[in-house]
Design a protein around this ligand. Structure first.
Ligand code: FAD
Length: 618
């Protein structure tokens, strides 16, 4: 097994932990399943890092980690951590180890609730779909944007096929499997997509029928009016003018309502209390989860079916209107007919099946909704990536998190995963949200090594966690054809915003009664008071933070200027007839709030405009 010695060292496993029943003994096995889900370069990187630590242990002690006494192992880690060039290795290795350890440490079982039957979908696995078929429209990707576009086109009477790389996961399947198994399956690259940069940004996206909405937190913000106005006036994204009623429509479809207090959980209640004491505006978030039972598993598929991800809400409507979904098929390219007068025309798609076979769906209309990280590569593979701004203009809404330690148990993983929004700093582009995760899956990395880390893990029920997202400049770029490569360089203004956000989250947690704040900064992990936090942050730069992001947008932006915008003001890809862009790519910039409603409304608008504006916004 990979890294059993390293796991033992990081988690301070001793002799009492080695019998098969003890949770640390099960972690190496879990780590293997995490690594198996990663793309080969990432798992090779982790294995190389494990090997480097072992080589270091060998050079220092003459033995491998597994053969050392726990005190000696700890000694090796401490000595490694003192070396500035090697310390980041340990920080990197903690992420998969904590992911693997989280489920085992708390023994969170599969949720044994009886799940209601999902509304019916017309799904066909790619292996069973004929090699060549025709449709009026093909939608590539079944997430927030693709689902909305498919429903709109199907309701207008077009024969629609949605083609999705991921598989269909019914709600009942979530309750039968532990969170970690769902995590590695529901995310692209096992959740380890990373934007290169300093700092690197972890950028997970979903891959399933329902796209990233299957694993999102269910928070539903409308696009702020100021953002809509800017998209219209600065970018010439004309559809922004029509989004108001389409946001209403998306909210109705998803059953959006403020989260009731009864299932909020201590993480959210403490956040409300901290904000109240500071006089900051905060409230339970509006969410698409009527009847949420607070199982805190949104990010690995809601096991109760309360969260209205699009496979439970929009796609059933689309199928009722005649749309069909092909699952497990990766669209390799959009087919284009060049032998026509005028611009080339979309002619359908060619997709790979998991068994290596291919299928073609011929269609005069192709809607790209593969998400802002995949759509640019798909267009390039199809010979449609010529626009110089395609793949550029990537905003990710960077996020970082902070934890507060409380005297009493918080057990943040019981309650609503993303529960409360704190709007005090919205004017500065900073949105705080109380966000807890299933154990180990948080983007917050616990401090320490060996005994210290073990203590943190064992006392993690005393931690409350907050996350912050900042409205960012479009500082990223998606390259690649067959494989997407993401580069993101945090703009200096945005780095400062992240540090301001850490300070604000710390203040709020102290106000709520935290005895200590864990900053997530490896070199300065703890502050015992707001003043100590200020001191510590004065010595910290954005590059020291763990940064994640969940909201990529803007890579095939729509707009009025043909030089700046790869898509026209109505979301039609320039230079070809019959290719619409209907996912996060099409937004001209960061919506400054969690984006699913913005993407759904934009996709609705794009499809509606293609049809001639006959829908709710027409
Ligand atoms: C952990 C997490 C939590 C989040 N929480 C929230 C939240 O609370 N509120 C909110 O508003 N937003 C949230 N988001 C973001 C939100 O879910 C996404 O912004 C939104 O789903 C993106 O929609 P999309 O249509 O652009 O792409 P996606 O929903 O990602 O859908 C794209 C689909 O296309 C498929 N695909 C890609 N390439 C191909 C191909 N070549 N062939 C076939 N299929 C392909 C993918 O498999 C995927 O299923 C969260 C995201 C994450 C990761």
């Amino acid at each position: 097994m990979t890294g059993d010695g390293l796991v033992a060292a990081l988690l301070a496993a001793d002799d009492t932990d080695t019998d098969a029943g003890a949770w640390p003994a099960r972690v190496p096995h879990r780590l293997d399943s995490v690594l198996a889900a990663l793309p080969r370069p990432a798992s090779a990187g982790v294995r190389a890092a494990v090997a480097a630590v072992e080589t270091y242990a060998l050079a220092r002690t003459g033995r491998r980690l597994a053969a050392l006494h726990p005190d000696e192992r700890e000694d090796v880690l401490r000595s490694l951590a003192r070396r500035p060039r090697l310390a980041p290795l340990l920080d990197l290795l903690k992420v998969p180890v904590l992911l693997a350890a989280g489920t085992e440490r708390t023994g969170v079982p599969p949720v044994p609730v009886p799940a209601p039957a999902d509304p019916p979908l017309d799904c066909t696995p790619a292996e069973e779909w004929p090699a060549r078929t025709t449709a009026d429209a093909v939608v590539v990707g079944s997430g927030a944007g693709g689902a909305m576009a498919a429903r709109t086109l199907a309701r207008a009477g077009l024969s629609v096929v949605v083609i999705e790389e991921g598989r269909h996961h019914p709600t009942a399947s979530f309750g039968r499997r532990v969170p970690l198994d769902r995590f590695t399956e529901l995310y692209r690259d096992g959740g380890a997509t990373v934007a290169l940069g300093r700092p690197p940004v972890l950028l997970p996206t979903g891959r399933a029928v329902g796209g990233t909405t299957v694993v999102n937190s269910g928070t539903c913000y409308r696009t702020p009016d100021a953002v809509l106005a800017r998209w219209r006036t600065t970018f010439g994204f004309e559809l922004a003018e029509r989004l108001g009623p389409l946001l209403d429509e998306a909210e109705r479809t998803l059953n959006v309502a403020p989260q009731p207090l009864d299932v909020l959980g201590a993480n959210g209640l403490l956040t409300l209390e901290g904000a109240r004491r500071l006089g900051w505006s905060a409230a339970p978030l509006r969410r698409n989860a009527p009847g949420c039972k607070g199982s805190c598993q949104c990010v690995v598929g809601c096991p109760t079916g309360a969260k209205q991800s699009v496979q439970l809400s929009v796609l059933p409507d689309a199928c009722a209107a005649g749309a069909r979904i092909v699952t497990g098929a990766r669209v390799h390219r959009i087919l284009v007919d060049h032998d026509v007068p005028g611009p080339p025309r979309a002619a359908g798609v060619r997709a790979h099946r998991p068994d290596g076979g291919e299928l073609e769906i011929l269609s005069p209309l192709v809607v790209t909704a593969a998400g802002a990280l995949q759509t640019p590569s798909l267009l390039r593979r199809s010979g449609l990536g010529g626009h110089p701004r395609l793949g550029r203009n990537l905003s990710v809404h960077p996020a970082t998190s902070v934890a507060g330690r409380f005297a009493e148990p918080v057990t943040a993983w019981r309650g609503v995963l993303q529960s409360v929004g704190v709007e005090e700093l919205r004017k500065d582009g900073i949105l705080l949200e109380a966000t807890a995760s299933p154990p180990g899956m948080s983007s917050f990395v616990l401090p320490g090594l060996g005994r210290e880390l073990r203590r943190e893990l064992e006392e993690s029920d005393r931690l409350a966690t907050l996350g912050a997202m900042i409205a960012d400049r479009p500082s990223g770029r998606v390259r690649g054809r067959d494989r997407t490569l993401v580069r993101y360089d945090l703009a200096p203004r945005d780095g400062d915003r992240l540090l301001t956000a850490v300070r604000a989250m710390g203040r709020l947690l102290f106000a709520a009664g935290a005895t200590e704040v864990l900053t997530g900064v490896p070199k300065a992990p703890r502050a015992g008071s707001p003043e100590a936090l200020d001191d510590l942050l004065a010595r910290t730069g954005p590059r020291d933070l763990h940064v994640s992001a969940f909201h990529p947008t803007g890579t095939v932006a729509a707009g009025g200027d043909p030089q700046r915008a790869p898509a026209d003001p109505e979301g039609r890809l320039r230079g070809v007839h019959g290719v619409l862009v209907a996912d996060g790519s099409v937004l001209p910039g960061c919506p400054e709030v969690n984006p699913q409603l913005s993407i759904m409304a934009a996709a609705l608008a794009v499809a509606d405009a293609w049809l001639g504006g006959t829908g709710p916004g027409g």
